[in-house]
Design a protein around this ligand. Structure first.
Ligand code: B3K
Ligand code: ZN
Length: 854
């Protein structure tokens, strides 16, 4: 059976109390001995013992309480090993296995593998079964005692070190954990070290391990870790629980990072940073991901998931926590806007197409395909709504109860909602639909104004409706918290934010005693992940952009203005006067945060415009969208040339580079201005900036601006000469070229780059750089001749047998294919069918492609 269902959950018939492992590391023949202390759950009803184990795991021996069972009682299936009930005693027993594996042959980077001469592991979700035979499921939790035999200088595993001698290290993890949190690292590494004293006075040794030579780029990661540890104590009352906390940076890694207990393993791009090699965005991301993985120690590790259907229990909550952390460390307003932008561009896109699924799916074929924007980012939005509904105090009480009640558990979404019900007395039956139903609700708002002697009454009527998604045609109404404020005609706020709780398909709310008809500021702070449409003229949008006191709603008003100009232009009409004027006022507004001004100045991306058009029932034309956006940018630059030039000079950041929010904000505004000015200055400013900039943020901004104008070849060559040996910078070099290329050339540029010797495609970062770079170029990926689709399909087919997880992940470039015109659809479908018909396609890619074609 290939599909797994939530409804089929059964507890494992044995309790595993302790796991002991010994690793004899060898690049091609690593031996692993595993001893499992098993207790039958029901000794009266003997059950077969089924262990997971991948094809690459060779069984050398198996004993039960020291005795080899009759061979007839041990059988090997494709991905499991079964010991028949008849061979098992009705009391606790010790099951011991010895296996051999080949880390050097592991190109999928799941299980134990080698990256740059260093042994490392990735076990979530189901990688541990490529290391040994084991009940590889999150509800089976055990303490781990791990011995590593190797001549490599640094040998690490989870928990606390309990013995180090020449060629051997022993680690003990006292906190019972599922196998997906296991980790092992062995290599020639150096550490940046520090320590943290917890609020109860326990001293924790902290290390960030990197390859020799990278030590000078690991300091920011360490600072971020210390801030995270303090923040989780201050805000959630959560203390760290081991004597050491290790972070290791590796170059070959399928995703961003992994929260293994006491031994987080990171993609090196999320650890290593220096002003010369990393951008402001990289720094912000490093800080956030270090925090995210650290926060998992409580939300994920101490309380884990019962099964993988519950993935958003740990991921949604941990994303929500890292978002709160970043808001506290930087600007809350800017962070919220950035998060909404990311949600719309990734999650709304997913939710509106063939890959839509609920935050808690109820079926899957390959769980690695469900580490999605819906599980993570929408999972976080759902928690934000809960918090809004129960209030800050209610949220804190519910979380305290969650940690209290479920510490040490493998929990479910039902457990999570129950703590909110018990702590606040609320019934969350209807709210639960946010977890079980897919799709983005569409909300409409209509206004009715009645003037009266005792003051006027404004009635807001909302309707909600969620389009069907695969497997779910009927969508009953959800609870939607709609935060609303009212602004008077003179620009003053006349009603502070109030959260309306919508529960019906159509519902009205009245505000009375109003002096004059106010302007409604709706969905403040983006209080629910919905698409709101309301009839609003551009003048009112411009009014809100000037006066709204809620920063998100203010930005949103500007966004709507830009989108209305762009979608009109993409359909051959023109209506951008209000937007261009409003932009002028914003540029001149020195009182506004530069980061906020930058966010308003960055035009909506082409992908976002396409999503908006398609949600409104129009087939998006990628070339027309590209042309409309270019034309609008140019008109802004022409209209406000003097203001923009002045601002470009004023926003220069003096002094040595600092990655903090204040300096990053000024750079982001200056770079947004540069992007506009480059459209009329022939690239002069960008060329100068590239030459003088001492930091990667400005160099990348300058280079992007130049490439978009078809220039920048000298700068590209200079960057390559300077950084040929720096993998992370070269990843940027590969990504930026297809991304910023004129659309008609993008696929060809990507193809030429893919033929270079230094296109080390088996490295996930390098592969993602090139294919992701192309798919980030909307009109380039969707080129009418199908060149973007063909290039992508060629490489997905090549990657699939080597690293199925990466191939499947990158196949999402196609997830919106159904919304385009018939000619493009035919070409995209052709590419997808070519993938689908390949021999031996992985379960990962097969599931993705068949969902997209269905
Ligand atoms: N939990 C890991 C992701 C694992 C992905 C497996 N395909 C990182 C994180 O979300 O923190
Ligand atoms: Zn996570």
């Amino acid at each position: 059976q290939t599909v797994r269902y939530l409804a089929d959950y059964r507890p494992y018939p044995f309790v595993l109390s302790a796991t002991r492992m010994t690793f004899d590391l060898h690049p091609t023949a690593t031996r692993v001995r595993t001893a499992l202390s098993m207790v039958p759950r029901d000794p009266g009803a003997p059950q077969d013992l089924v262990l997971d184990g991948g094809k690459g795991v060779e069984l050398l021996s198996l004993t039960i309480d020291g005795q080899a069972p009759d061979t007839a009682h041990v059988s090997r299936q494709d991905e499991t090993l079964t010991v028949a009930a008849a061979a098992l005693p009705p009391h606790p027993f010790l099951l011991e296995t010895a296996v051999q594996i080949d880390p050097s042959a592991n190109t999928a980077f799941e299980g134990l593998y080698i990256s740059n001469g260093m042994f490392c592991t990735q076990c979530e979700a189901e990688g541990f079964r490529h290391i040994t035979f084991y009940p590889d499921r999150p509800d089976v939790m055990a303490t781990f005692h791990v011995t590593i035999d190797s001549d490599l200088p640094v040998l690490l595993s989870n928990g606390n070190p309990v013995g180090q001698s020449q060629g051997r290290a022993e680690w003990h993890d006292p906190w019972p954990k599922p196998s997906y949190l296991f980790a092992l690292v062995a290599g020639d590494l150096v550490a940046v070290s520090d320590s943290f004293t917890t609020r109860s006075g326990r001293r924790v040794a902290l290390n960030v391990w990197v390859r020799p030579g990278d030590g000078d780029r690991a300091g920011f990661a360490m600072e971020s870790l210390i801030k995270s540890m303090k923040w989780d104590e201050d805000v959630y009352g959560r203390e760290y629980d081991l004597d050491v906390f290790n972070i290791v940076a590796v170059d070959d890694f399928n995703m961003g990072a992994m929260e293994n207990k006491g031994l987080n393993i990171f993609n090196s791009k999320l650890v290593l940073a220096s002003p010369e090699t990393a951008t402001d965005t990289d720094y912000e991301r490093i800080e956030a991901v270090i925090a995210h993985e650290y926060f998992h120690n409580w939300t994920g590790n101490r309380i884990t998931c019962r099964d993988w259907f519950q993935l958003c229990l740990k991921e949604g909550l941990t994303v929500f926590r890292d978002q709160q952390f970043t808001s506290d460390m930087r600007s809350a307003a800017v962070k919220r806007i950035e998060d909404v932008q990311a949600l719309r561009s990734r999650q709304f896109r997913e939710d509106g197409g063939p890959l839509a699924h609920p935050p808690r799916p109820d079926r899957y074929e390959e769980i690695n395909n469900f580490y999605t924007a819906t599980v993570y980012e929408k999972g976080a939005e759902v928690i934000g709504m809960l918090k809004r509904l129960v209030g800050d105090d209610g949220y804190r009480r519910a979380l305290d109860l969650y940690f209290d009640r479920h510490d040490g558990d493998a929990a479910t979404i039902e457990d999570w909602l129950k703590v909110f019900e018990d702590a606040t007395g609320r019934d969350l039956t209807q709210f639960k639909r946010w977890y079980t139903d897919a799709g983005t609700p569409r909300l409409t708002m209509a206004e009715d104004w009645q003037a009266g002697k005792a003051g006027g009454t404004l009635t807001l009527t909302f309707t909600q409706d969620t389009p069907p998604t695969p497997g779910q045609s009927d969508k009953p109404p959800r609870v939607i918290p709609i935060a609303v404020g009212l602004i008077g005609p003179n620009g003053d706020e006349v009603a502070a934010t109030r959260v309306l709780e919508m529960t019906e398909a159509r519902q009205s709310f009245a505000f009375d005693g109003l002096g004059a008809r106010p302007v409604v500021s709706a969905l403040r702070g983006f209080s629910a992940p919905v698409m709101l449409s309301r009839p609003l003229d551009d003048a009112t949008r411009a009014f809100l952009l000037a006066h709204d006191t809620d920063p998100f709603a203010r930005w949103e008003a500007g966004r709507d203005l830009a989108l209305s100009a762009l979608t009109a232009a993409a359909q051959g009409q023109s209506a951008d006067g209000d937007y261009i004027e409003a932009v002028g006022r914003l540029i001149a507004d020195e009182s506004a945060d530069p980061a906020f001004r930058a966010l308003c100045l960055n035009l909506p991306g082409e992908e976002e415009i396409a999503t908006r058009l398609s949600a409104d029932g129009t087939i998006p034309d990628p070339d027309a969208i590209h042309a409309a956006r270019e034309a609008l940018a140019r008109r802004i630059a022409e209209t406000h040339l003097d203001l923009l030039s002045g601002l470009y000079d004023v926003m220069t950041v003096a002094g040595p580079y600092r990655p903090d929010a204040a300096d990053a904000a000024r750079r982001s505004l200056r770079n947004a201005v540069l992007a506009l000015l480059t459209r009329i200055d022939g690239g002069e400013r960008a060329e100068i900036l590239f030459g003088v900039a001492g930091n990667m943020t400005e160099r990348m901004a300058a280079l992007t601006a130049l490439l978009r104008r078809g220039r920048g070849q000298t700068e590209l060559a200079a960057l390559r000469d300077e950084f040929a040996d720096n993998r992370l910078v070269m990843d940027k070099w590969f990504a930026i070229q297809p991304m910023a290329a004129p659309p008609a050339q993008a696929a060809q540029i990507a193809r030429t780059l893919s033929q270079r010797k230094d296109f080390d495609w088996k490295n996930p970062n390098r592969f993602r750089a090139l294919l992701g770079g192309l798919s980030a170029n909307h009109a380039g990926f969707h080129a009418a001749d199908g060149s973007g689709y063909d290039f992508t399909a060629d490489w997905l087919l090549r990657m699939d047998p080597v690293n199925p997880q990466i191939a499947a992940r990158m196949s999402t470039a196609f997830e919106t294919w159904t919304r385009y015109d018939p000619a493009r659809r035919a070409k995209a479908l052709g590419a997808l069918e070519r993938i689908a018909s390949a021999d031996g396609l992985s379960r990962n890619t097969r599931e993705m492609v068949s969902r997209m074609i269905a």
